[in-house]
Ligand binder design. Sequence first.
Ligand code: SF4
Length: 389
Amino acid sequence: MIVSVDEHTFEDQELEQMRFLLLSWFDHAQRDLPWRRTQDPYAIWVSEIMLQQTQVATVHDYYIRWMQRFPDVKSVADASLDDVLLQWSGLGYYRRARFLHKAARHVMEECAGIIPKNAKGLLALPGIGRYTAGAIASIAYNEPAPIVDGNVERILARLRAIDGDPKAAENQKHFWRLANLLVDKARPGDLNQSMMELGATVCTPKKPTCLLCPVRGMCYAHTKGDPLLYPAKVVRKPPVKVRVASVVACAHDKDGARLTLMCKRSAKEGLFAGLFEVPNVSAPGSILDDDLHHMLRSHWQHMFEDATEVLLPATALCSGKVVHRLSHRIMEIDVFYLMLGHTPSFAVIESGLAPFWARDEEIETFGMASVVRKILAHTLWNTPHVTDA
Ligand code: SF4
């Protein structure tokens, strides 16, 4: 079958049939997920932010815990950023949590506590883009607003055999046009969710199960015989390797309880801004071990009032490394473990937050990235060599 450019759209009659098939399928095939049992715009907002770049299975428990701790927008706005980051701890992409917190405060302060009731108003909130605004507006408020995310892109590219990089500006425009045509006027939220569900369970990236697909009779990629050709595979840049060296330093307080030296990144310090961590330095992947360890020693000694009092011996290096993978970088971490006989005084830190000693039970209440939990597991919690995300 040869597909011309004109055929990369939907005819009116096709649209009606496609909506009917998708909605009928969704009515019986949808998974029972906690955020599907509500029309509350706040709950839908939380789920949509969590589901960005994270699988449903991972989000499920985080969502339940989050809604118990923060049942409404006011409770998020009233919470400290530390508390918000603690609840998000381990879910990754912490910018999402920071934006959620900022947007909740915006709703309380600028919108009298009422979440905007349409996609245009939602777009004005920090951290809410076109996709999230469309999802909340269509599901919570029944506005026929389209959505396009990775799942929808893939389904549309296959349905209409659309070539080329799905992220290219022209294709993006085209996907939004198609999604806008497709969205159902009577049940926009369900239609949008049917696309999300189809992409997650049937029209999957590597193994689409076309036999179970409600719209296979209208799918060009299926008719052509090779759905995997769409969307085109684009070679993305490989993740960048980053070297990190960290110190897990412990001492005991007067009651004999273990203390660990912790610090907190400032609110502006990149990827893990506002989160707690152990002292560390990072460098490009090409750095030599000796140079990296020298950087760490120098950073370490600047932390204390009397630099000669606390040396970091080479023998403190734990055997093995902690390796942590993010979508765009691979962190290879050398961990130094040190048990001190006393708690030396810290130097005065002029910028950023000072290091401090924390008991084990306090550490449990800190918002920390998964990588920091791995480092602590590697040392304090005696988990053997941890090598992956
Ligand atoms: Fe995807 Fe196959 Fe359905 Fe086409 S027929 S939309 S390729 S699952």
